[in-house]
Design a protein around this ligand. Sequence first.
Ligand SMILES: O=P(O)(O)OC[C@H]1O[C@](O)(CO)[C@@H](O)[C@@H]1O
Length: 431
Amino acid sequence: MQVDIGNALASEADPGIGRSDLDDLDERVADAHDRIARGMADDDFGYASLNLPERTDAAEIERAVDGFDPEAVLTVGIGGSALGAITITEALAGDSPVDHYALDNVDPAHVTRLLDDLPLAETVVHVVSRSGTTAETLANFLVVREAMDAAGVDWSERTVVTTGEAGPLRELAETEGLPALDVPEGVPGRFSALSTVGLVPAAMMGVDLEGLLAGGRAGADALADSLYDCPAYAYGAVAYALDERGASVNAMMPYVEGLESFAEWFAQLWAESLGKDGGGQTPARALGATDQHSQLQLYRAGPRDKLVTVVRPAERPDCAIPETDVADLEYLGGQDLGTLLDAEFEATEASLAAAERPSVRIEIDAMDAESVGRLLYDMEVACVVAGELYGVETFDQPAVEWGKNAARGLLGGGDFEEAEAVAEKTELVVE
Ligand SMILES: O=P(O)(O)OC[C@H]1O[C@](O)(CO)[C@@H](O)[C@@H]1O
């Protein structure tokens, strides 16, 4: 994986940073590297995430799903318990005969429509929850189980569970004798893509798990005590430095459809890890070239508060554009769609630089398992080093608990007095 930070030094105008800013930061990156290395060596909470490529047992996952031969895999989870599988299967299993679906929301219209469409008798369900108590995941699983019962499908023969040591989901797996995998110890959900949490559907869809993990190991081998020697540290440090100079938004803009969900995975990783103590950089999700026609106007001419991260694979499949005599379109004829997409990618970088707006280019070798594994791992490393530079607790997410308890209280599931206060908020309804 390559990270080109040249366009991040696009201008002195805020949020511009210069080479001297990075040189000054490099000493702090070296200190952060030492802390990260110690945390990994001691398998400390959170830092243990960066040991997953060494620790995850691909063979164990393959064995757990060995008996299944589904037409579809349904992931039931939310946040980091779903986004890793969604990202990996979208990026790498497009040619698989097995389809992947995810229920990571409790929208009744969507859930019922999906369950009506799914071949339930040919579907394997992967229920994932680290805590085993997340309301959305457990509610969805109860609905899926009911739908399978109603269809005369033995759900217990078609369900794999990945969860923590204790909690309702672990108890259910033990009571029903379900195949159950463990979530990795000391790894927050958003850092768990390269583990049982993110790899079970991929295993059933023929994705090269060893390749994904090898990519992660390559990222681990690339850790160094300078941002100039480690692409992941370079990305994390530049994003942090730009945020310190006003780039409070980071638009993650992959120029490949197979990484559209990667931008969503990155959004949770970046927001839930760095959004602490009143700070943190807001991730925006975009897709190139599509969002040149929806968001680029803002990125190029709106507030000087954004970093745009553009991502592409060095290799793309061929798809020729036929010759044409349509006036003014001759230049397209005989080209290839990939060449056009790459031209759009480079034009966006140039357009931002011309307007003195910073961007960073991330280039992976190809849309293959090792390159995607490396990308996921390096973004996790970038997030950890940014967290060290911000001085935040990267690996917890206390701010989400209030909302969870309020929802539970509003449903009468807990004695959450403030829920009433929430329910009695000032009304100003406009109809
Ligand atoms: O895996 P669990 O415990 O169901 O949590 C799901 C998601 O909810 C969060 O805990 C936030 O509420 C995320 O960090 C996590 O990925």
